[in-house]
Design a protein around this ligand. Structure first.
Ligand code: PEP
Ligand code: MG
Length: 591
């Protein structure tokens, strides 16, 4: 019998499915000798060090230009942390001092200095901070290559199309990957929000990262399946898995063709109920893809990712540029800009935050913005200024009390008056909405509604706070249930409270991208669904073929259930009856 393949689980970083052979990226392991130099050569050694720094800088600037032209200007900033390491005068002066004092060669001293910085960062619990180690390593290698006179190879010179396996790659290497015979990549290091993941997504290269296994053990040419949807790497897959994945890729293709018709349609049920289908994005470079897939607007722009791109808090001009670009490229379609949602699992090191026992219950999102109005005002100024160029709305994350909404509104008013005084143009009537993602906000929606223009339900957090289940902890993932009747009741209550006050109510958690939930949500009365662009055509197809009246009946039935499995059974039954044979459903385990 044929040996069934092994499946290594990682983090899905960029969607797509690939079947192909492996190519492991081996790096030139250069030996750095502790070479002693003659006192008369010290000054020449320092000049050699300075030259290597300036040459590396030129190289990086060229790379930035390439990324800016080919992808998006904002992505070029991913290289800024590397430039910062190169420009770090404290490090560079210390290197020069130690070359003079210890009479050791530049490469040896430089490597030692950067290793010190890496050891300090390694102690951090914050994945964002640890990602900086990759930047320092990348720079250290570039400078040392210059000093040793090693010519950087074009990434690999891969002869035929392959799936890249590597311990890690640098953002610069990802850009080169796009030009090589590399179809996708599987990496041992990295998280779903790393720079490498962002670049892969922007370039459309399927990727799985964080595979905690030594990938060098697999010889080149090993047969692989890379599943960038589920975060899986299949080694020597069985005939059965290969067959299943071949069918999936073929059906993805067909799906794209058969849904094309729906991309251009507006989200209306056949009996005339409007359900807008919009996109969740993190980068402006995703706009094109979202529009091609039929996004009727941006229902959630997660601004905290700007921090990842800039590697620091972006200033007003930088934020304004990105928000304006978003408004203009969406050409009058609605764009909901959510104010920073730092904390929880995102960018723990930002704002000088220190370790918290329960970060999801701690200093997060609107709580940080209200405690640091100086930063909040900068963001609101940038959003309001950009509102002049399109149809921008503001959304506040993680509201749990009415006082937070009132305080935020007061700050927004203050910013509006100063902009007016300065004569800066902005739209006076920018809609303000809040995310309903805590049980308290859902239960108090009636009291919150008069203060805002819309609600958007964030089920990713609402589920974790309602069921007391950490959204990122695989040990309790079986308890993380979108269909739990307690969650459905909170959704229903929120929608009804919103409607009593003439607000529109949307939903932008992952549940909006779950085709099995679409009919249920329509039936609960949702008016906007915002989801990852990939699933938009399928969800639109369901919206356009689901009678509102039938959806309402299904929702009432679901609300009478006592548990999530029961709700799922009802939804599956209805779904299979209406959509069996529809392309692409296997990705959602619906067939
Ligand atoms: C949510 O919580 O559902 C949501 C959309 O916000 P995020 O996933 O960014 O926390
Ligand atoms: Mg949330």
């Amino acid at each position: 019998m044929r040996k069934t393949g092994k499946v290594i689980l990682g983090v899905a970083a960029s969607p797509g499915i690939l079947i192909g052979d492996s190519f492991f990226m081996r790096r030139d392991e250069f030996q750095i000798e502790e070479e002693i130099i003659d006192s008369r050569e010290v000054e020449a050694e320092i000049l050699r060090f300075r030259a290597s720094i300036s040459e590396t800088k030129k190289e990086l600037e060229a790379l930035k230009e390439k990324v800016s032209e080919r992808l998006a200007p904002e992505l070029a900033r991913i290289f800024d942390p590397q430039v910062m390491v190169l420009d770090d005068q404290v490090v560079n002066r210390e290197v020069e001092r130690r070359i003079r004092e210890t009479k050791r060669c530049a490469e040896f001293v430089y490597k030692q200095e950067l290793s010190k910085a890496i050891r300090a960062l390694n102690a951090s619990r914050d994945t964002y901070i640890r990602e900086r180690i990759l930047d320092i390593n990348a720079i250290s290698n570039r400078v040392i290559e210059k000093l040793l006179g090693i010519k950087r190879r074009s990434l690999l010179g891969v002869k035929k199309p392959a799936i890249l396996l590597a311990h890690s790659v640098t953002p610069g290497e990802v850009v080169h990957i796009a030009n090589e015979n590399i179809l996708g990549m599987a990496l041992e290091l990295g998280g779903g929000t790393s720079h490498v993941a962002l670049l892969a997504k922007a370039l459309g290269i399927p990727a799985v990262v964080g595979l905690k296994e030594d990938l060098s053990q697999f010889p080149d040419g090993t047969s692989l399946i890379l599943d960038g949807f589920r975060g899986e790497l299949h080694i020597e897959p069985s005939k059965k898995s290969l067959g299943r994945y071949r069918r999936e890729t073929a059906s993805l293709q067909k799906q794209a063709e058969s849904y094309r018709e729906y991309c251009a349609r507006e989200g209306y049920t056949p009996d005339g109920r409007r359900v807008e289908v919009q996109a969740n994005i993190e980068l402006t470079s995703e706009i094109q893809n979202a529009l091609e897939r039929g996004a009727e607007g941006i229902g959630l722009f997660r601004t905290e990712y700007l921090y990842l791109i800039y590697s620091r808090f972006p200033n007003e001009a930088e934020q304004f540029r990105d928000y304006k670009l978003l408004a203009e490229r969406m050409g009058g379609r609605p764009v909901i800009i959510r104010t920073f949602d730092f904390g929880g699992d995102k960018f723990l090191g930002s704002f000088g935050r220190s370790y918290e026992m329960n970060p999801f219950l701690g200093w997060r999102a609107i709580r940080i913005s209200l405690d640091r109005p100086d930063f909040f005002k900068i963001q609101i100024r940038a959003i309001l200024k950009a509102s002049y160029y399109g149809n921008i709305k503001i959304m506040l994350p993680l509201i749990s009390t009415k006082e937070e909404v009132l305080k935020a509104k007061q700050i927004i008013e203050e910013v509006k008056s100063s902009l007016k005084k300065e004569g800066v143009p902005f739209k006076g009537e920018v809609e303000l909405g809040i995310m309903i993602e805590t049980p308290s906000a859902a239960l108090m929606a009636e009291a919150l509604a008069p203060e805002v223009d819309f609600f958007s339900i964030g089920t990713n957090d609402l589920v974790q706070y309602t069921l007391a289940v950490d959204r990122g902890n695989e040990l309790v993932s079986n308890l993380y249930q979108n269909y739990h009747p307690a969650v459905l009741k909170l959704i229903k209550q929120t929608i009804e409270a919103g409607h009593r006050h003439d607000l529109w109510v949307g939903l932008c958690g992952e549940m909006a991208g779950d085709p099995l939930a679409t009919t249920l949500l329509i039936g609960l009365g949702i008016e906007e669904l915002s989801l990852n662009p990939t699933t938009i055509p399928l969800v639109k197809r369901i919206v356009c073929t689901t009678e509102y009246e039938r959806a309402k009946e299904l929702a009432s039935e679901a609300l009478r259930c006592s548990g999530a499995p029961e709700v799922k059974d009802i939804l599956l039954q209805d779904f299979r009856q209406r959509f069996s044979g529809v392309e692409g459903l296997q990705f959602f385990h619906l067939e």
